[in-house]
Design a protein around this ligand. Sequence first.
Ligand SMILES: [Zn+2]
Length: 153
Amino acid sequence: MAKILVFNPSNNVMEVYYRGLDQYMPYAKNMTVREFRGSSNSDLLWTDRRLMEAWNKLRTTYGKPIKIGYAFKRIWQGGHGEQSQHYAGMALDMAQNVSSAERDKIRILAETLGVFSYVEPKALTPTWVSANLEKGYYYLSEYIYKQKKVENI
Ligand SMILES: [Zn+2]
């Protein structure tokens, strides 16, 4: 069971959910809590409704399963720059398990849909597709969590 904080920009509310790892993420279709948690073992996760909706659009338009290898990370897990959107629960690393040609299709689709702020160019992430929402959406950064602003949610 994981505690999941989801910022909902339509009413500026930080919503709280408790979900099992095999249940879907709030607002998401075809993305389990386990997939969003990726390699993190944290029982506390956070994201923004807009990332879930961006995923839904990508997944629905593509029309086939898309593996999510990594998404949420706590800052102490390392592996990314301090400003990484992974720590804000705003980044998806996908399509690690398909051919390069199929991955190109997913990358191009993610770019052309315009639902993500940024999709890494192929040269930077040749063996996965990295898409995220921008830093302006950092409602639930590790920094805010450390300031205990969400402790009582
Ligand atoms: Zn990444």
